[in-house]
Design a protein around this ligand. Structure first.
Ligand code: COA
Length: 183
């Protein structure tokens, strides 16, 4: 379990999107679980499928709790929040999870449909890779549906792909983070 003292406040920031809207980015907290379920409920089938490779009626509460509870080192998730008409909503999540290899993590991203195409995915990818680098993580794996050009392009913009294989419509990439200059 994580104590509040370990919450990485340095990862909290406000960012401005291309359309001028301000978004709050911060590390996830266990109490975000219900809001992850709400986000899932607002995703189109397509977006949900591209993220989870399955479509469920709802994100099960125990899975939401696991996704929301991280140790901020081996597992980390950043949420993007927007203050909407119905209160503060989570509109995007970027995360990494440990793999069997100690220096390699698996990354995953989602942005709510209505917020896609405004630059938020790019920000989440950059911030997740930068926070991993600050924690000594060098190598990243991603499982991306092979038709997901947008995510594949984002990865090649920020990373140097070392291995790539496609099986049954899913492309598995192993990449390292490219330093700022090349991005
Ligand atoms: C992949 C995803 C996270 C990207 O988020 P986003 O907020 O749309 O990303 P951005 O707005 O930063 O766009 C990234 C690039 O995608 C492309 N793009 C953006 N909107 C697009 C659109 N409507 N159609 C096609 N390409 C588009 C652009 O090339 C853009 O680059 P640019 O900044 O040079 O214009 C988001 O589309 C998503 O949640 N998809 C479903 C879940 C998913 O696929 N997850 C990946 C599994 S790991």
């Amino acid at each position: 379990m994580t104590t509040p003292a370990e919450y990485p406040r340095e990862l909290v920031q406000d960012v401005k999107l291309r359309d001028g809207s301000y978004i709050h980015i911060r590390p996830i907290r266990p109490e975000d679980a219900p809001r992850l379920q709400e986000l899932y409920g607002r995703l189109s089938r397509d977006t949900a499928y591209h993220r989870f490779f399955t479509v469920m009626k709802r994100l099960p509460p125990d899975w939401a709790q696991v996704l929301a509870t991280v140790d901020y080192r081996r597992r980390l998730a950043l949420v993007a929040e927007h203050d909407g008409a119905d209160g503060v909503e989570i509109i995007g999540v970027g995360r990494y999870e440990p793999t069997d290899e100690p220096d390699t993590v698996e990354v995953a991203f989602v942005v709510e449909d209505g917020w896609q195409g405004r630059g938020l995915g790019t920000i989440l990818v950059r911030e997740v890779l930068d926070s991993s680098a600050a924690r000594g993580i060098r190598r990243f794996r991603a499982y991306v549906l092979s038709d997901n050009r947008r995510m594949l392009d984002l990865i090649t913009r920020f990373g140097d792909v070392r291995e790539r294989k496609t099986e049954q419509g899913v492309t598995e990439l192993l990449f390292t983070r490219r330093e700022e200059r090349g991005r």
